[in-house]
Design a protein around this ligand. Structure first.
Ligand code: FES
Ligand code: FES
Length: 158
């Protein structure tokens, strides 16, 4: 057992993790953030993607104790209060979510991309979400939405 203290979506939180416990379990079952989804639990679907100090990681393959003293961002941390992140708005406007199970991981992976490259090419978007599986959309609306969000964010920056 180990105490883990981290900043979750801007808020200092703490929980006790069992030895070998994953960050996904810590977030979902101890800290009450069920937005990272428990899909394959073996690193192949991307539904559990979160940002660890700004870098995308698969929470199902990340030991909880590795988050100690670090910043974790889940999809819940994307919105600014009641105001959705441009990625979330573009996903809604472009019907890029159907069942929605992949959406939190997709949005987090897309945020990591736009944080490091605000003006990605279509190929870079496809690469950035290549570890995230969607069984509903055929991916095109998701890629289009990420590119649209990048355009809107560039417009807001002027
Ligand atoms: S649940 Fe982590 S990659 Fe599928
Ligand atoms: S919207 Fe259903 S898995 Fe992507």
């Amino acid at each position: 057992m180990r105490a883990v203290r981290l900043e979750l979506n801007g808020v200092e939180v703490a929980a006790v993790a069992e030895g070998g416990e994953t960050l996904l379990t810590l977030l979902r079952e101890r800290l009450g953030d069920t937005s990272p989804k428990a899909g394959c639990l073996q690193g192949t679907c991307g539904a559990c993607t979160v940002l660890l100090d700004g870098e995308p990681v698969l929470a199902c393959l990340t030991l909880a104790e590795l988050a100690d003293g670090r910043r974790v961002t889940t999809v819940r941390g994307l919105a600014d209060g009641p105001r959705l992140h441009p990625l979330q708005e573009a996903f809604m406007d472009g019907f890029a979510a159907q069942c929605g199970f992949c959406t939190p991981g997709m949005l987090v992976a897309a945020k990591a991309l736009l944080d490091r490259d605000p003006n990605p090419t279509r190929e870079q978007v496809i690469e950035a979400i290549s570890g995230n599986v969607c069984r509903c959309t055929g991916y095109t609306p998701i890629v289009d939405a990420i590119l649209e969000a990048a355009r809107r964010m560039a417009g807001r920056r002027g």
